[in-house]
Design a protein around this ligand. Structure first.
Ligand code: TRP
Ligand code: ZN
Length: 900
């Protein structure tokens, strides 16, 4: 196949069980960076449930074939080919031994076996294992593994693999070995090995049933002082999964290893999780509060995969959300419980802030995905490259689809469904349907209709109409569902109405919730939130005994991943923002209010009409700012304006420059009108000298730093520059230090002094030895505000030549290139097309090194059709350029779908 030919499409409908099964795998590695020898001995047999095939077809990629033997005797009827290896005319059941070579040092894809900082690592999900040895690289082939690692002892003193250590010892010529055994059957995507100069912190804990477990976090020696938080997060994860789901750690030993070259966040390899350093290493000087929270979430996520992913895995990659959606839901619940404890009112507020953060990501990223050419259902129907389907839809919308079972059946009902799922499927490779059936059967419900959440792409819309009848004291709520003008990719999948759990409350004139009684019910329920089940296209729900005309609080806690259409007045939104008992909807009301105002201003900015901000908006924000009954964390979330990306996405024709102008205008107005309030909040929440890592303390820091960022918007930023400089110099933690630097950069964009440049230089010097902090240094500059005289693209291009820049390291590439192309829309979408030219260059350069990372960057132009004509043309030209030059399946799929 020529490099640029259109690659084949894999379809869910074509699933067939494997012709052969592999029961055991014994791997022997002679680890040498230039040339690693792998000996793979497998017990293979024909699959009784599959159609008979004469030959065994194994996948292999970048491998050099050496030899084959069957049942110990050399076997000549083997043919290496472009997909791997064909072993001809094999018996019913046999032992197959294959020897092959690979070249880890040359592997820049970071998939398969590769070298990072002189150490060996593997990454096998989704299909990296056949870059290590010839295999049936598919998740429905499950085997037990024993792994022998041999390597030079001085260069690679630590040798790790999945499961339990059986034996280790010295070999001649300064080499040594270790033998590992994983007692659990697993698909090959969960295989892992690590070898190199690493050290660990370790801890012994007792699991629920009283068994002792050895926990280790492995890092490079200079990072040992940044492992405490990851270890604590692991211990908390283990406890939480026991308490909430009755799931215990099944191995005697559980290891986390940090690596600085990594394509994604982390990987749940059985007993040997491998993590991007970004999601392990933290101490207060180097990691921000957000980093600490992300580490807890990702450690939890990978640990929770041990049951949801590993013990029960996916039959095929179309079922990816079976493990990812479920595990994201579990990590979201874990983080919410960790922030807020598991019950109580103040806890509800803390849980709500986590929920708000998750929904913000979903709406900004997943809704956008649904509106573009890559739109796909939670369970996709086809793909070209599976790595392109580790998406917001599979992960985040998938988590919402899992969450809705809990919304429908309650925590107990959800737990029953989980218990039945494990009872039925432990040790199996299964489908999303199997999970749905377990939930249905455990709760005595027919969930046939619910299947559409897995098969329909696009973001559902629910239009709401209400009518109060004062004479009847009744309130009618009519819900109508549909998809609006969904993207073509989504439209094809839409077959009918969804089961939508729609949580609602009714609010009286005094701001308190009204009792709820639906027509036909004997009395009102104690709960003032009801989950209506919308199953038809249109349905009317009638509340009776409604003493006054209520204000509806719709889709409380975001009970379904839909867009709610309801014409609130500005006054009503301000009222909800001030009173709704549902903290999510309080936040939501503020966002709606701001979005409406910002979109109106964007329209005016686009046509050069002078801007003006309504006083009622200022007043609503002022109330939140000074409402001491609200937690600082909540106030911070409520006072952040909707992002530029989200706003642009709401426009008929995205205009990033106008959005930026409008949003900046509102920030400046809020800064000016509430100057003394921001200052007061800044002083009040500033706690110099003490550093606490609690979520409460991080809420104070977040609100204080938001105040600082608003103050930096003032026409005269002298005050903000003074505060930020002092904060920068005195900071004893990364949250405060980076927020101060960011404020200085923003004040400088408006024409401040030299403080920002001085602070940038200081920051670099101070953290030169900390790659994760240098990533922040690049990102802060890539996302800074620009001006006509100083466009950010110039800074970015200059930074590309900085000695610390390295395109091969994904974290570094993301910190500079992705930050600019994705997180600085006003600068990236410059009218002269300079951003797009840069994007095309970088996609092509990355394509040759690391297709997975290149494809992620390629996706940042996929919404090109939704922009103003001038930008559209510029993006189209850049996409055509990449389409003409990109070689990988990964990038080709993305740009071809974008151009189709
Ligand atoms: N399964 C991993 C997770 O969600 C993510 C993952 C998939 C991954 N493919 C990968 C990580 C490739 C790194 C590289 O936890
Ligand atoms: Zn995952």
């Amino acid at each position: 196949m020529a490099d640029t030919a259109t690659p084949p499409v894999i379809r869910r409908a074509d699933y067939a069980p494997p012709a052969f099964l592999i029961d055991t795998v014994a791997l022997e590695f002679d680890l040498v960076a230039e040339r690693t020898v792998v000996k793979n001995t497998m017990r293979v047999r024909r699959n009784p449930d599959a159609t008979r095939a004469a030959h065994l077809e194994l996948l292999g990629e970048r491998l050099e074939f050496v030899s084959a033997a069957i049942d110990g005797a050399p076997y000549a009827a083997v043919r290496p080919n472009e997909h791997g290896l064909t072993v001809e005319n094999v018996p019913e059941a046999f032992e197959l031994t294959l020897v092959s070579l690979c070249k880890p040092i040359e592997n820049t894809t970071l998939s398969g076996l590769y070298v990072s900082s002189g150490n060996f690592f593997t990454q096998c999900e989704a299909e990296g294992f056949h870059g290590i040895t010839y295999f049936l690289d598919r998740p429905d082939v499950m085997a037990t593994y024993t792994v022998t690692l041999r390597a030079d002892k001085a260069a690679y003193p630590v040798l790790l693999s999945n499961g339990n250590l059986l034996e280790e010892g010295d070999l001649p010529d300064g080499r040594h070995f270790a033998r590992w055994e994983d007692p659990f059957r697993k698909p090959c995507y969960l295989f892992a090995l690590v070898a190199g100069k690493l050290v660990c912190v370790e801890e012994r804990v007792k699991s629920g049933s009283g068994k002792e477990k050895l926990l280790q976090v492995w890092v490079e020696p200079h990072d040992l002082d940044k492992t405490r938080h990851a270890m604590d997060s692991l211990i908390h994860s283990i406890r939480w999964d026991e308490e909430r789901f009755g799931l215990e750690l099944d191995l005697d030993r559980f290891m986390i290893v940090a690596v600085s070259d990594f394509n994604m966040g982390a990987m749940e390899n059985k007993g040997l999780n491998i993590f991007n350093t970004k999601y392990v290493l933290a101490n207060p000087e180097t990691a921000s509060d957000t980093d600490f929270a992300n580490i807890e979430a990702v450690v939890g996520h990978e640990y929770f995969h041990n049951w949801t992913g590993n013990r029960v895995t996916c039959r095929d990659w179309f079922q990816l959300s079976l493990k990812e959606g479920l595990t994201v839901f579990r990590d979201q619940e874990f983080s919410a419980d960790m922030a807020g404890g598991q019950s109580g009112a103040s806890d509800e507020a803390a849980r709500a802030t986590k929920r708000i953060e998750d929904v913000r990501v979903l709406r900004q990223m997943q809704f956008a995905e649904d509106a573009g050419p890559m739109a796909h259902p939670v369970r996709p129907e086809s793909y070209v490259e599976i790595n392109n389907f580790y998406t917001m839809t599979v992960y985040e919308k998938g988590a919402e689809v899992v969450r809705m079972y809990q919304t429908l059946f309650g925590r107990d009902g959800f737990r029953k469904g989980m218990d039945l799922y494990f009872k039925r499927h432990d040790g199996q490779a299964v489908t999303c349907d199997d999970f749905r059936h377990a939930m249905a059967d455990a709760n005595g419900r027919d969930l046939t209709q619910y299947e559409r959440w897995y098969s329909q792409a696009g973001t559902p819309r629910v239009a709401v109409k209400t009518a109060y009848d004062a004479a009847q004291r009744s309130y009618r709520v009519t819900l109508t569902q549909g998809y609006g003008d969904a993207a073509p990719a989504a439209r094809e999948t839409q077959k009918g109405a969804l089961l939508i759990p729609f949580a609602i409350g009714l609010i009286g004139k005094d701001g308190a919730d009204l009792p709820l009684r639906l027509e036909g019910e004997a009395s009102a329920t104690p709960a003032t939130t009801r989950v209506l089940e919308l199953t038809e296209t249109t349905q009317t729900f009638t509340f009776v005994d409604v003493a006054e005309k209520p204000l509806p609080s719709l889709l409380r806690n975001f009970s379904a991943p839909v867009i709610v259409e309801y014409d609130y007045t500005a006054e009503e939104l301000a009222f909800l923002l001030a009173h709704d008992s549902d903290p999510f909807n309080r936040w939501e009301a503020g966002q709606r209010l701001a979005t409406r105002e910002l979109l109106a201003l964007t329209g005016r900015a686009a046509t050069g009409v002078p801007l003006q901000l309504d006083d009622s908006v200022v007043a609503a924000f002022a109330r939140v700012l000074s409402d001491e009954s609200l937690s600082p964390a909540f106030r911070e979330l409520a006072l952040i304006l909707p992002s530029e990306a989200y706003l642009a996405e709401q426009m008929a024709e995205s205009n990033p420059a106008a959005v930026h102008t409008a949003r900046q205008f509102v920030r400046q107005r809020l800064a000016t009108a509430l100057r003394s309030e921001w200052l007061a909040v800044y002083e009040q929440h500033h706690a110099p000298g003490v550093y606490e890592a609690t979520s409460k303390a991080s809420g104070h820091r977040a609100l204080k730093n938001l105040a600082l960022s608003y103050l930096a918007e003032l026409d005269d930023p002298a005050e903000a520059v003074r505060l930020a400089s002092a904060q920068y110099a005195a900071a004893n933690n990364m949250t405060d230090r980076s927020a101060a630097l960011s404020a200085l950069l923003n004040a400088a964009a408006a024409g401040g002094g030299t403080q920002a440049q001085d602070a940038l230089a200081d920051f670099y010097r101070r953290f030169e030895q900390e790659p994760l902090v240098i990533d922040k240094w690049f990102a802060l500059q890539a996302t800074q505000r620009g001006s006509a005289q100083r466009p950010v693209i110039d800074t970015v291009r200059k930074l590309m030549t900085h000695p610390a820049f390295n395109l091969k390291n994904p974290n570094r590439a993301r910190s500079l290139i992705f930050s600019f192309c994705i997180a600085n829309p006003a600068q990236f979408h410059a009218e002269d097309g300079s951003g797009y030219a840069f994007w095309a260059e970088q996609v092509i350069a990355l394509d040759a090194l690391n297709p997975q990372v290149a494809a992620r960057l390629a996706r940042s132009l996929e919404l090109w059709r939704r922009f103003t004509p001038r930008l559209r043309d510029g993006m189209h030209a850049a996409l055509e350029k990449v389409a003409a030059q990109a070689k990988s399946r990964d990038v080709r799929e993305v740009v071809e779908k974008a151009l189709a």
